[in-house]
Design a protein around this ligand. Structure first.
Ligand SMILES: Nc1ncnc2c1ncn2[C@@H]1O[C@H](COP(=O)(O)OP(=O)(O)OP(=O)(O)O)[C@@H](O)[C@H]1O
Ligand SMILES: O=C(O)[C@H](O)COP(=O)(O)O
Length: 568
């Protein structure tokens, strides 16, 4: 039933699901390494990334309380005491006080820089540049911050960069050059081939505009859906009008991906023009990463820009294969921004750092939970996966979703959180239903008192309060997976409350990162996507990055050059 329902939801969303994005716009004026990137209309966020902490130590004031004492009452009839903040903060200074102390010491540390005429904002960039030497995954993030600081202050920052960026290419590198740009234009279309969410198209624009403004000829390639061979309903043709509108020029469209007809169109391409190739997955060689196909595709161009974050976890011909034949092969602005947030800001967050993980199954989130346990101070769990944790602790869960073969794993994750000093919070109360349906009868009960025949479909109001209190103490939050069956209004309150809380905290300067998939849909449903710090364009790609996996589409790109520079 759940699967059927989820399939319906996905179908409603369109061919390949709904994804939203924030564009990478780094503050500061134009410079060779910092191009102007005007989005055509305001996107989810065009904010500069807040300075990440350089501290590698975990906040010491959080302890993992015994899950049963913190969260699960054995007295079904009595209300469960609000658990989180008091026990969490009891071992040392309260979070707010500690955060204030840290802020004061950061301010003191920045004083000499201020005296030297450098704003405090520049200091974390320098620290990060230093830190990036030790952690290459931070380097792109570092480079961006250094550029932002330098562009704003008239200085050239010192930075190392793991991957070369399109922003490192100047007019001298680009004028008259044929640039193959891999974007992820996999947008949902309705039955009449209308685009129902153009976010991914808008997200691709800054990189293309930068190339055009520097006199390049852009050859744009993407997939759409998962066609088996040439399938007209997966043609990229419906994207041409919107692309043309956003770019302000008439985008040309090829009927093929490679071959003589495409070669002729490329030969006729003028500087500052765009040619969109047909769906690259019309060739089965694309997903097989066939070297011959990659070579033919690469032969159309002089250099390669990968801006397809949503497809960066795929080692396909157009993401990985072509890099073997095109030099340079560099990262686009969107790819950079996704890495900045999902890797940089999560690997080296402002603390306290909370992760919220929900969704249907523990099994689909094991990698993410384990990886986040290494990094976060607070871990809040919700969604269908919590019932496996409850059952692992001997509680009755009625007919709630449980993965029997993951009970031991759930127990070991709780133990791991405790060993690592991470505050892992499970909901103390749940909203239960007598059937899996929007019109089910429902009631709120303590998590320890789910009657037989009833299933938990959302977190309860006490849990929302506890989670909100815990989130109030944080400076960075990442969220992946809904708190309940938010597709049914009756069971959407937990998810929507968390979305609203994150929006409120975003406005107060907390870094909020939404990791893709259903949580993005929930944030959009509540109408707060615009205020979040970052909403990923990648579903699978963002999960893999959060799990600490390498993305082949990123790994294949050229290493960045070491830049050393001085104040001017
Ligand atoms: N208590 C629950 N019982 C059953 N299903 C639930 C429950 N809570 C949430 N869900 C379902 O979990 C689904 C989302 O789970 P999933 O693991 O796919 O999350 P996601 O990571 O956001 O999605 P994606 O994989 O697309 O990124 C939603 O469709 C929601 O209805
Ligand atoms: O929608 C996505 O997640 C990306 O476009 C990748 O698509 P894929 O899962 O079909 O490779």
């Amino acid at each position: 039933m759940l699967r059927r329902f989820q399939a319906q939801i996905r179908r409603r969303r369109g061919a390949r699901g709904t994804h939203t994005v924030a564009i990478a716009v780094i503050a500061g004026g134009p410079s060779p390494t910092h191009p102007p990137q005007p989005p055509s209309r305001p996107l989810a966020s065009d904010k500069q990334i807040p300075p990440a902490s350089t501290s590698s130590t975990k906040a010491p004031f959080f302890t993992t309380p015994t899950p049963t004492s913190l969260l699960l009452s054995t007295r079904p009839s009595s209300p469960i005491p609000a658990p989180a903040p008091a026990p969490m903060a009891s071992t040392a200074a309260p979070p707010a006080a500690l955060v204030a102390r840290r802020a004061a010491s950061a301010s003191a540390a920045a004083a000499p820089l201020r005296r030297a005429g450098l704003a405090a904002g520049c200091q974390p960039a320098r620290s990060l540049a230093f830190a990036a030497g030790a952690d290459p995954r931070l380097a792109v993030h570092v480079a961006s911050r250094c550029r932002a600081a330098s562009a704003a202050r008239g200085t050239r920052a010192v930075a190392t960069m793991a991957k070369k960026s399109v922003g490192d290419l100047t007019a001298a590198d680009l004028e008259g050059k044929r640039v193959l740009v891999r974007a992820d234009l996999n947008v949902p279309l309705d039955d009449n081939q209308n685009i129902t969410d153009d976010t991914r198209i808008r997200a691709a624009i800054p990189t293309i505009k930068y190339l055009l403004s520097n006199g390049a000829k852009v050859i744009l390639t993407s997939h759409l859906g998962r066609p088996k061979g040439v399938t007209p309903k997966f043609s990229l043709a419906p994207l041409v009008p919107r692309l043309s509108e956003l770019l302000g020029i008439a985008v040309k469209k090829a009927e093929d991906v490679i071959g003589p007809e495409v070669e002729k169109l490329v030969a006729d391409l003028e500087n500052g023009a765009v040619l969109l190739l047909e769906n690259v997955r019309f060739y089965k060689e694309e997903e097989k990463n066939d070297p011959e196909f990659a070579k033919k595709l690469a032969s159309l161009a002089d250099l390669f820009v990968n801006d397809a974050f949503g497809t960066a976890h795929r080692a396909h011909a157009s993401t990985e294969g072509v890099t073997k034949f095109l030099k340079p092969s560099v990262a686009g602005f969107l790819l950079q921004k996704e890495l900045d947030y999902l890797d940089g800001a999560v690997s080296n967050p402002k603390r306290p750092f909370a992760a919220i993980v929900g969704g249907s199954k523990v099994s689909s989130k094991i990698g993410v939970i384990e990886s986040l346990l290494e990094k976060c101070d607070i871990l809040l769990l919700g969604g269908g996966m919590i019932f496996t944790f409850y059952k692992a602790q001997g509680l009755s869960v009625g007919s709630s979703l449980v993965e029997e073969d993951k009970l031991e794993l759930a127990t070991s994750l709780l133990a791991k959180a405790k060993a690592k000093g991470v505050s892992l919070l499970l909901p103390s109360d749940v909203i239960i239903a007598d059937k899996f349906a929007p019109d089910a009868n429902s009631q709120t009960v303590p998590a320890s008192a789910i009657p037989d025949g009833w299933m938990g479909l959302d977190i309860g109001p006490d849990s929302v309060k506890t989670f909100n209190d815990a989130l109030d103490t944080t400076q960075t939050i990442i969220w992946n997976g809904p708190m309940g069956v938010f597709e049914f209004d009756k069971f959407a309150v937990g998810t929507e409350s968390i979305a609203k809380k994150l929006a409120e905290l975003s406005k107060k300067g907390v870094t909020t990162i939404i990791g893709g998939g259903d949580s993005v849909a929930a944030v959009e449903k509540v109408g707060v996507a615009d205020v979040m710090s970052h909403i990923s364009t990648g579903g699978g790609a963002s999960l893999e990055l959060l799990e600490g996996k390498e993305l082949p589409g990123v790994v294949a790109l050229d290493e960045g050059v070491m830049t050393r520079s001085v104040t001017v």
